[in-house]
Design a protein around this ligand. Structure first.
Ligand SMILES: [Fe+2]
Ligand SMILES: [Fe+2]
Length: 321
């Protein structure tokens, strides 16, 4: 029997604090934590096409752990409460959908918050308008023809900054715009810096999955996105007849050094002005995004955020009282 036949789906964006929920959601994140008394509890992230919402499971945790898998759809029952100014579900029951349940997978597929298709085209035209080397223009076209779809539909990171659909595109577009200005300001080699900006994080497409859940791939865990990106870039340049070897090496250096330090996963530290600039721009863009995300999600009654480990500080919340 389908218990849900006549019940209208409640979308995450419409859910209000105080509501009793009994509906299907995709669970995209499951973390086991310990209460003060040492007993386990779970923090979850529920998702449907309208957004995400955190949840907590306080009871029967050991029973649920073997049954739950990130990325699957579950019937979730519980009360919506408020935690730190955000709605959150306190889960009473979790079950796999009953037989005969009508579930439309598209209702549980995340959509980007902006038109990724046109932003990708805008980004590649911007890049090409600042390149003077014809092999690089060919390279950008080749990249677009092979990777447009997966690049524009990827997360920018698994967690923390740009961790949403279209995030990789948004971050890369931002880095490119900064790179153009920095190259002009310091008279840097725009061919190298702008191409490096476009390719610096392409390895993320294969470093982790974002659908149905975010998770590290074998390649991602063992090689990381710098080396995956280096391989992708090298394969494309090798397929372009006469691609200048020195130019390829200059851009390869930007890709593999953009994390700045060996302890942050760069096999080489930045040794050219363009590589150093890319590293600083990349760092700036990720930190600015973290500030923005924390301020957007903050309880506006607080003057300062909680301690943010990645920023190593509490930050000021504008409009706080
Ligand atoms: Fe990176
Ligand atoms: Fe980046």
């Amino acid at each position: 029997m389908n218990l849900f036949k006549n019940i209208e789906k409640k979308w995450i964006q419409d859910i209000q604090v105080g509501e009793q929920l009994d509906d299907f959601f995709r669970i995209v994140e499951i973390n086991k934590k310990l209460k003060r008394d040492g007993a386990p509890f779970l923090t979850l992230v529920l998702m449907d096409k309208t957004g995400r919402m955190p949840g907590k499971v306080w009871d029967n945790v050991e029973k649920y752990i073997p049954l739950l898998q990130e990325g699957e759809i579950y019937r979730v029952t519980g009360l919506v409460s408020e935690y730190k100014g955000q709605k959150e579900i306190r889960v009473d029951r979790l079950n796999t959908p009953p037989n005969g349940s009508v579930i439309n997978p598209e209702d549980y597929t995340e959509e980007a918050a902006f038109d990724t298709d046109s932003l990708f085209d805008k980004m590649t035209s911007l890049v090409k308008s600042h390149l003077s080397e014809p092999h690089l223009i060919q390279l950008v076209d080749l990249f677009a023809s092979e990777y447009k779809n997966s690049f524009q539909n990827h997360y920018g990171a698994q967690k923390i900054h740009h961790a949403y659909l279209g995030g990789l595109l948004e971050h890369t577009h931002s880095i490119i715009r900064l790179a153009i200005q920095i190259a002009e300001h310091y008279n840097l080699d725009k061919n190298v810096l702008v191409t490096g900006a476009l390719f610096h994080d392409v390895g993320k497409m294969f470093e982790f999955t974002s659908v149905p859940a975010v998770g590290t791939t074998l390649e991602g865990g063992l090689l990381g996105h710098l080396i995956i990106g280096y391989n992708l870039f090298t394969r494309l340049t090798n397929s372009i007849p006469g691609f200048p070897v020195e130019l390829a090496v200059m851009v390869q250096h930007l890709i593999i050094s953009h994390h700045g330090e060996k302890e942050f996963g760069s096999p080489e530290i930045p040794k050219t002005r363009e590589a150093y600039a890319l590293h600083i721009i990349d760092l700036l863009d990720s930190k600015m995004k973290i500030f923005e995300q924390i301020i957007d999600g903050a309880d506006k009654n607080q003057l300062f955020s909680d301690y943010i480990p990645v920023l190593e500080r509490r930050i000021y919340i504008p409009n706080g009282e």
